[in-house]
Design a protein around this ligand. Structure first.
Ligand code: DO4
Ligand code: MG
Length: 278
């Protein structure tokens, strides 16, 4: 079952059919005390319609904050140790990779998030920018994982590499995050074999592609959520990006016009175009 936020309101997809979901708001819907049961009742009682086809699919976010976990894959640890070596920050990434407490940071509010087909940005003052394809959890206000979406944690590697204390500037800016295309409604963990793929096309040609699986994720998603909700409340729930296991080679930086395609089966594909303010 997949839940979409669209210009015509929420829709649930089941076996190729789309059902309009009555809801006061996205926030009320995702904090429903039994979202899965409610959506099943919509499917059982509803008529599927063709209005979905004409609707614009929006980022699946209302008033949820977006948070992110870092250095949860060995590849991310190694790339960050290298980029911050001259700043003396390398050791921190190794330590957080092995520590019991995960790295969690604030990533975005809804106004900074792009949806499917939208633009993501590279900073005007960054020289080395990459996308980070990440399995992203939707957690309700009770701290329960209610679904999964595809996320892109856009990052300025030169700014973070200059000094790890610049992390918020490397990570949080307008359109630094993309989410979508839908929420896979599922409270159980996804299989370790779940693949995360990224393709970046430049002027219509393949620029970079990468693949990882959840087997490489060092942290358990429910443990990341447990840390996020310690002494911290989220009245509308929250998104939690689980970190990247794919980092392009150091010679690669994003450029305006690049098309980023991230696929996580069984959730779907998130496509965005890169822009940069001058
Ligand atoms: O430590 C900095 C951020 C790491 C991150 O975003 C990731 O590993 O995905
Ligand atoms: Mg990341």
């Amino acid at each position: 079952m997949k839940l979409y936020r669209t210009s015509n309101g929420p829709y649930v997809e089941n076996q190729g059919k789309y059902y309009s979901v009555p809801a006061e708001s996205w926030d009320v819907l995702v904090t429903h005390e039994d979202l899965q049961g409610y959506l099943q009742s919509v499917i059982a009682g509803g008529e599927s319609g063709d209005v979905f086809a004409s609707a614009q699919i929006l980022a699946p976010i209302g008033n949820q904050e977006v948070w992110a976990a870092g250095v949860t894959y060995y590849r991310s640890r190694t790339a960050r140790m290298e980029e911050s070596q001259s700043a003396g920050g390398g050791d921190f990434y190794d330590r957080v990779y092995s520590a019991e407490r995960p790295e969690l940071f604030f990533k975005a509010t809804a106004s900074r998030v792009s949806g499917p087909g939208g633009d993501v940005r590279i900073r005007s003052d960054a020289r080395w920018s990459v996308p980070e394809p990440e399995l992203t959890l939707l957690v309700n206000h009770r701290g329960q994982i209610i679904g999964y979406t595809v996320g892109n944690d856009m990052s300025s590697r030169d700014i973070e590499g200059e000094n790890p204390l610049y992390l918020p500037q490397a990570k949080v800016y307008d359109r630094s995050c993309a989410l979508g295309p839908c929420i896979l409604i599922e409270s159980r963990p996804l299989p370790a074999s779940t693949p995360i793929r990224i393709e970046i096309a430049r002027t219509g040609r393949p620029g970079f592609s990468g693949l990882t699986t959840l087997a490489e994720l060092k942290r358990v998603p429910s443990t990341l959520v447990e840390y996020l909700f310690r002494d911290n409340s989220f009245p509308y729930g929250a998104f939690l990006m689980t970190g990247t296991g794919i980092v392009p080679p150091d010679s690669f930086t994003l450029a305006p016009g690049d098309k980023i395609t991230i696929t996580i089966d069984p959730i779907g594909t998130l496509e965005n175009t890169v822009i940069q303010a001058i």
